[in-house]
Structures are given as C-alpha cells and as structure tokens.
Design a protein around this ligand. Structure first.
Ligand code: MF3
Ligand code: CO
Ligand code: CO
Length: 275
C-alpha cells in the first residue's frame, strides 16, 4: 500500500507566478492590518466589510475573491468581500448590519484578494476592546501556534499529512479540538485548488511537498467538540455545541530551504521562520 503521491506538475509555480503570489499575499495581509483600528464595540461586521471592500477595490486596485464566490445548487454566491466569524462561528460568517461587536468578542476576519489573476488568502483573530476571558485568549493563542507548528513542517520532501499530524497533536494536547470538515488548500490562479491540507491526520501520508508549491494552512480550533453545523443561510458555520472557535490562516510557498510565508503582517513575529 502506498499512501503517498507526487504533486501534479501544474501545482509547481514558475518564478514569475511566485512573484505575483507574493504581491497578492502582501495585499491580503495589509487588509488585516488596515482594518485593526476600526474593530471596536458598536461597529457592525457589515461596516468592516464595506471598509475592506473599498480598500481592496479603490486603494489596492485588486479584486475581493469572496464577493460572488461559491454559488452551488441550493446556495447563492457569497455576497460580501470578507468573512467575519464571531465567537462560536467557525468560518464563513456573513457580514451583517445586525451583528454589532461587543467588548470581549473574538472575531476572525478572512480576506482573499486577487491581483494580476493570483490569490492571496489569510485570516486572523481580533479581541474586541482588547480584553476577553482567559479561555478565549488561550484559544486564540493555540490556534495561532497550531498554524505556526504546521508551517514549521513545510519543506521539500515533507508530506501534506505531516502538517495535519503536528497540528492535531498540538491542539489536542491543549485539550481543544480541530475542525474536520474544512481544510487548507492549494492556491494560485485558482482560489481552492489541490491539495487539500487537512489539519488532522497521519504523518508520512498524502502528497509530497515540492519547491514552488503554494497552499494555505488554516486550522480552526474549538473549545468543545470538533463537529460543526451550517446555518439556514447555507454559509455560516458554527460549532455544534455553540462553544468558542478560533482560526488563523497564511498562504505559503515551499522553498528549497523550507517555507516562505506569503501573507506576513508587519506586527507579526516570524523570526522562527527566518522572516
Ligand atoms: N477565505 C476562505 C478560505 O480560507 C474561503 C471563503 S469563501 C467565501 O478558504 F465565499 F465564504 F468567502
Ligand atoms: Co481564507
Ligand atoms: Co483559505
């Protein structure tokens, strides 16, 4: 039985494509940085969406990839430019004027921009008002550390399964759980491409990583059970037990020596990755 396999050649980016991925990645990260001072109690998630939309379109001259994305039988396309997922919302939260932020809320903003045809995809947690419970704080820290530990496994010759194995082991050692139904993904000209990057599983399994591949890692970490459900709007994903959830996401490039984070933020300490 062989549980590993080689990457299709089309997933290996050329130097010219990699440069475009760097540009798209930086723009996506800049949106997460730009929006920070706007996040405060009383602001609606729709207002945050409008600010991000205007910035992406008018300042960055880029395209918000989420807007109009994902129509499927029985589900309308996403009608907004960012996802805003508050507290027990796991992912794909729909910005709404009725969702006003409160002090102590934990909010994930997920931004994907398209520049020159290429996608940059990243998300992070914000604490509204800067203070929240010890549990919520620890959850956000563990989700970020889970992402970083996943990133640290990335190098040519490693397997996609190594990423999920490390993330699952770490998150469960913190007595939290990892969402199973949503995963990271190859990215480039296509928003969601091969390979799927599961945030749980077995090392030494799946696609072998090669220099020039680009993909996201985006673990969703729950305080309670890993199971989720999708609301009647067909987008909003919540934890089944309505306990808190947190997520962090970066877009990555496999390099000859390891990994390059394509969506770094100025305030982020990436020294352990040599960035
Ligand atoms: N940005 C999400 C991801 O990380 C996808 C959001 S799709 C949307 O893959 F339609 F909900 F915006
Ligand atoms: Co995303
Ligand atoms: Co993604």
């Amino acid at each position: 039985m062989n549980s590993t396999y080689e990457a299709p050649r089309r997933l290996i980016k050329t130097p010219d494509e990699i440069e475009k991925m760097r540009v798209a990645g930086r723009l996506a990260a800049e949106v997460l940085d730009m929006i920070k001072p706007h996040i405060k109690a009383g602001v609606s998630t729709l207002e945050l969406d409008q600010i991000c939309h205007d910035y992406i379109v008018n300042v960055q001259n880029a395209i918000p990839a989420c807007l109009g994305y994902g129509a499927a039988p029985g589900r309308a396309a996403f009608q907004h430019s960012i996802c805003t997922s508050v507290n027990h919302v796991v992912c794909h939260g729909i910005p709404s004027e009725n969702k006003k932020l409160k002090n102590g809320d934990i909010l994930n903003i997920d931004v994907t921009v398209i520049k020159d045809g290429y996608h940059g995809d990243t998300n992070m947690m914000y604490v509204v008002g800067g203070e929240t419970s010890i549990l919520a704080n620890r959850l956000c820290k563990v989700a970020q550390e889970a992402l970083y530990r996943g990133i640290a496994t990335v190098k040519p010759g490693a397997y996609v399964g190594d990423i999920g194995a490390v993330i699952q082991k770490y998150v469960e050692s913190e007595r939290f759980s990892v969402v199973r139904e949503y995963c990271g993904h190859g990215i480039g000209l296509t928003f969601h491409d091969e390979p799927q990057i599961l945030h749980y599983g077995q090392k030494d399994t799946g696609m072998r990583l090669e220099t020039g591949m680009t993909f996201t890692i985006e673990p969703m970490v729950n305080v309670g059970v890993w199971q989720t459900k999708t609301l009647g709007d067909k987008w909003t994903v919540v934890t089944k037990d309505h306990k808190l959830s947190a997520q962090y996401e970066h877009t990555l490039l496999v390099t000859d020596t390891g990994v390059e984070i394509l969506t770094p933020r100025p305030e982020e300490d990436l020294s352990r990755f040599g960035q």
